[in-house]
Design a protein around this ligand. Structure first.
Ligand code: ZN
Length: 301
């Protein structure tokens, strides 16, 4: 049996065909233009491939509440053309297959807990730190949605007393994403992160914000493990700085076996940047099992 996987990003759409073990058999990348151009290319790729279901992990915000008429939509995104786009419904109806739909970060998390080094854990948080910052949450073995879905990238943080950067989030200025995303690093220091690899001050400050966010996540969600992915995390020197910062922020308040070894507790993604697309395969497998058909007639093409 073959399954379709779509990692829908703001700059590119990664389409793949996979099997139930998460093996990727074929992969194709399409630039994310307007829906009228992009969605037909996605349909064309999957047509005739005899997929049993499609799993989509998408940029958001998304409507993930199956009881709402807008289930399957990208909702209030500022990305031109994609606001109120019925992505899951349009693809599900065109290809006539069950569809699994979730956020990009929940997709990466699902890939890691299904096929990666966090297999078997029931409570895990995945944070991506790149152009934006987002977080997926697995709680009691289920991906957390709730009212909408977690938006960990916009959690409010304390600004470091020596940091005069105002933050670049258009909504909150100095939230996690506003202070620590790739573009925030560039705005604050005047150069891309990859050009600043040997600047200790840059990464100490970055670790201060990431560590603070992780401490908040530990205190609120009580995960068994935290996985860090995204372009900024390619700076591997950050890992130990982040672990130290988390330890300082928690001030010894929590004492658990997991927190006794932070090198096993706060880890990098384990699937060579395939965690997202592999998570989409798992979303497709779950949709096939539940026969999750999206009904309705609205389309965005
Ligand atoms: Zn924000």
């Amino acid at each position: 049996m073959q399954y379709g996987a779509l990692e829908a990003g703001g700059t590119k759409m990664i389409c793949a065909i996979g099997d139930e073990n998460g093996n990727i058999l074929e992969r194709y990348s399409i630039p994310t233009l307007m829906p009228e151009e992009t969605i037909p290319s996605i349909i064309e790729f999957f047509s005739g491939k005899d997929i049993a279901a499609l799993g989509i992990a998408s940029f958001g915000p998304l409507c993930l509440d199956k009881s709402k008429p807008k289930y399957g939509y990208i909702t209030t995104t500022p990305k031109p053309g994609w606001m109120n786009c019925d992505l899951a419904g349009t693809l599900g109806r065109a290809l006539n297959v069950p569809v699994g739909f979730d956020t990009d970060v929940n997709g990466s998390l699902l890939g890691e807990v299904t096929y990666g080094s966090s297999k078997g854990l029931s409570d895990v948080v995945y944070i991506t730190i790149g152009t934006g910052i987002g977080g997926g949450v697995l709680s009691n073995g289920k991906l957390l949605h709730g009212m909408l879905h977690p938006e960990l990238g916009h959690m409010l943080l304390r600004t470091h007393p020596d940091d005069s950067f105002a933050g670049r989030c258009p909504f909150h200025h100095n939230c996690f994403e506003g202070m620590a995303s790739g573009p925030a690093i560039k705005d604050r220091w005047g150069a891309e992160g990859k050009e600043l690899s040997n600047r200790e001050d840059v990464w100490k400050l970055e670790a201060y914000y990431i560590g603070q966010a992780i401490a908040n996540i530990i205190l609120t969600l009580s995960p068994q493990r935290i996985i860090l992915g995204g372009g900024v995390m390619h700076q591997l020197q950050l890992m130990d700085m982040i672990r130290n910062e988390v330890k300082m922020q928690l001030c010894g308040y929590l004492k658990t076996d997991e927190l006794a070894d932070l090198s096993a507790y706060i880890v990098t993604a384990s699937l060579n940047d395939d965690q997202g697309i592999m998570g989409c395969i798992k979303l497709a497998l779950m949709a096939a099992e539940e026969n999750d058909q999206i009904i309705g007639v609205k389309t965005c093409i």
